[in-house]
Design a binder for this molecule. Structure first.
Ligand code: SUG
Length: 421
């Protein structure tokens, strides 16, 4: 049985006015490459808004999460310092606009999958990276506002240390329809490799338990070591799922045959499109963010793949996309979006959004957008977001005042009081 009132809504993190390139994410090659570059917060936020606008034009439902207050003064205070006293590395950690990557905000199990019939959301602790480890309290406050209807939603706090959890970026759901019971796949990494494994298996298991998932319909799969070593710091850099379709790189998982086999037994109608390494190398997949696409079901049926522009600059990826479209498979359309600013920090189309399956009427409307509301947000961004930030400027009190004022303008427009206050 499928519930027709439940639809997929993408909640995108609006890029905050402090967006900058401080090279904070070891193992995220784009972040390391961009360290020290001049960022463009205004353009970054407008690029994200243009993506949301394009998704609305496709007939999809769209929501937002708002930028967090930066610097995070409370966090610095717990560390015995302040933004003026902190040394530059700590200051950069307190100034990051990383909450924009909403795929790391929480893990979401839609109502048809859970024992109590509510949609469960677990805010991610993101404890592996210092700049992301202090996101969760404000994310939790926003999720509790947006999904405050306790008859329909259960919003869980972050898991305790040392179990690192990075949210939906390491979680996939396959189901006949959003409102039908699905199979949830939790992907984790084994530590000890070249780069940190940010999703711990114990965290994935804890989330599945507290969301009340049916153990027979829940799968756990390890990322391959070579994927993490090549820069796939989250599974959503090498795999994406939607409906009954899984699009995956051949080298994404440690035991791909075992995973595909278990999945096919649970969901015989599943379709797996595996991109062979011979067609697209792991390196090209990660540079282009082919798999960090949004794979969506169009209202008229069929899938669309929303890919970053970088996919067009890499011949193997471009050729694979062309062949795939010519082959008349389940993906009927490819939409190309310009997210250059977020991409330079390792955040593609899928990183910027958190998928929630729900009835929009049950969500706080301040977190939902239509074209007109997006335009008003774009107007605030165009007027108030800094045009550029260089890492050396993070210590500048005038810049910090501008960042704080810009965020206040947005929260005022959205009629959201600061969830932290
Ligand atoms: O956690 N980048 C983010 C990118 C997150 C991408 N999300 C998904 N794959 N779902 C990260 O590594 C860079 C910040 C900096 O270097 O300033 C950063 O945090």
């Amino acid at each position: 049985m499928s519930r027709a009132d439940l639809v997929e809504i993408n909640f995108d993190g609006i890029v905050g006015p402090s967006h900058n390139y401080a090279g904070l994410s070891f193992g995220n090659l784009a972040s390391t490459r961009s360290a020290g570059a001049v960022s463009h917060p205004r353009a970054a936020a407008l690029q994200g808004i243009a993506k949301m606008r394009a998704n609305l034009d496709l007939g999809l439902h769209q929501g937002i999460l708002v930028p967090h207050r930066r610097p995070n003064a409370e966090w610095l205070a717990t560390l015995g310092t302040s933004i003026d006293q902190a040394e530059p590395a700590l200051r950069a950690n307190a100034m990051s606009a990383s909450p924009m990557w909403a795929a790391n905000a929480a893990t979401v199990s839609p109502a048809p999958d859970t024992a109590d019939g509510r949609c469960h959301l677990s805010v991610a602790n993101l404890l592996t990276m210092p700049h992301r480890s202090h996101e969760w309290p404000e994310t939790l406050a926003q999720l509790r506002l947006a999904f405050g209807d306790r008859r329909r939603f259960a919003v869980h706090s972050a898991l305790p240390a040392p179990f690192g959890d990075e949210g939906a970026a390491n979680h996939m759901r396959l189901a006949e329809a959003p409102g039908a019971a699905g199979v949830e796949i939790f992907v984790y990494g084994h530590p000890g490799g070249r780069y940190p494994a940010r999703q711990h298996p114990e965290a994935s298991r804890a989330i599945a338990r507290r969301h009340g998932l049916d153990p027979h319909k829940t799968l756990f799969a390890a990322q391959s070591e070579e994927a993490i070593a090549a820069g796939a710091f989250h599974n959503d850099v090498v795999a994406v799922a939607d409906g009954l379709l899984l699009l995956v790189h051949e080298q994404a998982f440690a035991d791909r045959a075992g995973l595909y086999d278990r999945l096919r037994r649970l969901l015989p109608a599943v379709e797996i499109i595996e991109v062979p390494a011979a067609a697209v190398s792991l390196e090209d997949a990660i540079r282009s963010y082919l798999f960090n696409a949004q794979l969506v079901t169009l209202p008229g049926g069929g899938h669309a793949l929303i890919v970053p522009r970088e996919t067009q600059a890499i011949p193997s990826v471009r050729a694979w996309l062309q062949d795939m479209l010519a082959g008349n498979g389940p993906i009927r359309r490819v939409e190309i979006v310009d997210l250059r600013e977020s991409m330079a920090n390792g955040g593609g189309p899928a990183c910027l959004r958190l998928r929630v399956v729900a009835d929009p009427a049950t969500i706080d409307p301040r977190f939902l957008v239509d074209v007109e509301r997006l335009e008003r947000i774009a107007h605030v961004v165009a007027q108030h977001w800094p045009e550029t930030i260089s890492s050396s400027q993070l210590g500048d009190p005038a810049l910090r005042a501008k960042i704080a004022a810009a965020r206040d303008e947005l929260l005022g427009l959205l009629k959201l009081t600061d969830p932290n206050k």
